[in-house]
Design a binder for this molecule. Structure first.
Ligand SMILES: O=C([O-])CC(=O)C(=O)O
Ligand SMILES: [Mg+2]
Length: 597
């Protein structure tokens, strides 16, 4: 994978990739080079020896090697490595293959009584052997994504202080103002390309979890690697802790964050601004993903920084992209035309408005005027249907305030508007009740019902409810995964309408092209690419997204499309490689042990 070129009596090490995990590579490339040079007996050049010595001195041996999660192989260190790297006696004598190690991990996972215990176990594995962690995750993505990600990551965040073992990522507080760049410099790597940052105010549909929200950036980045093939060492989770208004956490002696109410206003804005600028200084070319900020800050920060630096908001744009892709797929089942759809959202926050905006772009592409397209998107918020006559509306909601009679509740809005699709992004469980879903089934031959709130405890309705209440006619997707449902002998495989189908591929495309910004057009292209990956077989079982085991291929297709777009729109800051596909493939991280000697 990595080509090393030798010259007589000297060594030239040439990296064939410019985005690889260079520090780690140079650490063990040094090792390989010296070993083979000594074997060949041509390490006579003093200069070569010097260089090798320098490299060698940075490559850990003995306990340091076993304790370095990026390099550790546990019982899989070979006899030669054990001999050469000071490991003799530090490991049990039996040498295992990675496949045997995977078996051991799975055995342990099966023994754990709860999903939270499985989460803790996998996190510890990530702390001691990254390669094995990603091997297990990648090979068992369908079973383990619900542990590392929604819904279990939600449970983990709810108890993050209690289950805390080792820190991961960077924590920034208001006390760090004026020193943020210095603190980013404490991170052990300088070649960060993807950052996921939260301020913990709206973790999934669970609300304000303060610093305990760190589980989300950590989980998202694990999926950047597992699903998108981003080198783990190029990623950095960040939590900006400005306090929390969660009374339970404030009183909890085990809470890990700052114990004061949330600070807002200028102090907050200054810290965010300093963080964004410090990233440009310390990690130039890194993409920032804003994650699980509350509405009040999410839209504002996106607006402020989207044209300034390479960033996006996953809950607004990532969720929009996956949802619009799901609608594209659903129309292949219903045979409907995008221009004729009427979509009613429950929830007018980030996901709702983000999806509305992207859907409008898609409808405009399909030939509608912007005004007509907007009139096809309707929203119910906590006060009822958003209509012109309401006087309490601000900002983004005004865009979708149409002339219509006011309806106080969602069911009344469904009856009155007769939508073709309902999309739940409210963070409120059970709001798509039997009456709502049955009404949709009365109005539509094939009602589209997307229940996207996370984690599962917040879903607007379950897969089973959606299929049962519509006699299997619903086209259903959900934010957290559901098991297959059998109705009258027919099996349905509900799709997971989660932004995990989007952000890893977008991140890889941005990273590969060194794009300087992330545009809305990218998310529409990502949606189209994702929808194109859905097969007729998928649609036949009701699945509007490709199966998860295909996620790496899917992410690669999205990465290609995003990079192409970046090149064609002049957003890329590096030259287009001759063979883009080859190039992106060469960037993909494979969880395999590299030989050290
Ligand atoms: O994390 C997820 O499962 C999707 C997401 O961004 C959210 O719900 O906030
Ligand atoms: Mg989110």
């Amino acid at each position: 994978m990595y080509k090393i070129v030798y010259e007589e009596n000297d060594v030239v090490i040439r990296f064939e990739k410019d985005l690889i995990d260079q520090e780690t590579m140079s650490r063990f490339l040094g090792r390989i080079s010296l070993q083979s040079m000594l074997k060949k007996g041509n390490a006579s050049g003093a200069a070569a020896r010097m260089r090798m010595k320098n490299r060698l001195s940075t490559f850990p041996t003995g306990f340091d090697l076993i304790r370095d999660p990026a390099l550790n192989k546990g019982t899989a260190f070979t006899a030669e490595e054990r001999e050469a790297l000071g490991l003799r006696g530090l490991l049990p004598p039996r040498i295992h293959s990675i496949d045997e190690q995977v078996e051991r991990v799975l055995w342990n996972l099966r023994k754990k009584p709860t999903d939270l215990e499985r989460y803790i176990f996998l996190t510890s594995l990530q702390d001691r052997n990254k390669t094995l962690f990603y091997r297990v995750l990648l090979d068992n993505i369908e079973d383990l994504m619900p542990i590392v990600y929604t819904p279990t990551v939600g449970l983990a965040c709810l108890q993050y202080g209690n289950i805390f073992r080792r820190p991961r990522g960077i924590y920034l507080t208001l006390e760090d103002r004026g020193r943020v760049a210095e603190i980013l410099g404490n991170w052990h790597r300088k070649d960060i390309r993807i950052i996921v940052v939260t301020d913990g105010e709206r973790i999934l549909g669970l609300g304000d979890l303060g610093a305990d929200g760190m589980g989300i950036p950590v989980g998202k980045l694990a999926l950047y690697t597992a699903c998108g093939g981003i080198q783990p060492s190029l990623t950095l989770p960040v939590t900006i802790d400005v306090g929390t208004n969660n009374e339970v956490l404030l009183k909890d002696p085990l809470y890990i964050g700052c114990r004061h109410p949330r600070v807002r206003g200028e102090e907050y804005d200054d810290l965010i601004e300093e963080f964004v600028l410090a990233v440009q200084q310390m990690f130039p070319g890194a993409m920032i993903q804003f994650e699980d900020f509350a509405n009040r800050n999410a839209f504002r920060l996106l607006q402020q920084y989207r044209d300034q630096v390479c960033c996006f908001n996953d809950d607004i744009q990532g969720t929009a992209s996956v949802t619009v892709a799901g609608l594209f797929s659903a129309l292949r089942i219903t045979g409907g035309d995008l221009k004729d759809q009427k979509v009613l959202f429950l929830g007018a926050g980030e996901a709702g408005i983000g999806t509305g905006d992207l859907l409008v772009s898609a409808m405009v592409d399909a030939g509608l005027s912007q005004e007509d397209a907007r009139r096809r998107c309707w929203f119910v918020d906590s006060k009822g249907l958003i209509v012109k006559s309401r006087t309490d509306l601000t900002g983004h909601k005004l865009t979708y305030a149409h002339d219509h009679e006011y309806c106080a509740d969602f069911l009344a809005a469904v009856e009155s508007l007769r939508p073709t699709a309902i999309i739940g992004v409210s963070g409120q469980a059970k709001r798509f009740d039997r009456q709502v879903v049955e009404a949709m089934a009365r109005i539509n031959e094939r009602p589209i019902v997307f229940s996207l709130s996370n984690p599962t405890s917040k879903t607007e309705c379950t897969a089973e409810e959606a299929y049962t209440w519509t006699e299997g006619r619903a086209i259903f997707a959900s934010g957290s995964p559901f098991d297959d449902v059998v109705i009258n002998g027919k099996k349905f495989k509900p799709g997971q309408g989660n932004n995990v189908y989007i952000f890893p591929g977008v991140g890889m495309g941005v990273m590969a092209s060194w794009a300087t910004s992330v545009t809305d057009e990218m998310f529409l292209v990502a949606a189209r690419t994702l929808a194109a990956e859905v097969s007729e077989t998928d649609l036949r079982v009701g699945r509007v997204y490709p199966p998860l085991p295909r996620i790496r291929e899917v992410s690669q297709a999205i990465a290609m499309a995003i990079a192409e777009l970046a090149y064609s729109k002049g957003l890329a800051s590096r030259q287009r490689p001759e063979d883009l596909e080859d190039y992106i493939t060469s960037l993909v991280y494979e969880p395999e042990y590299q030989p050290y000697v």
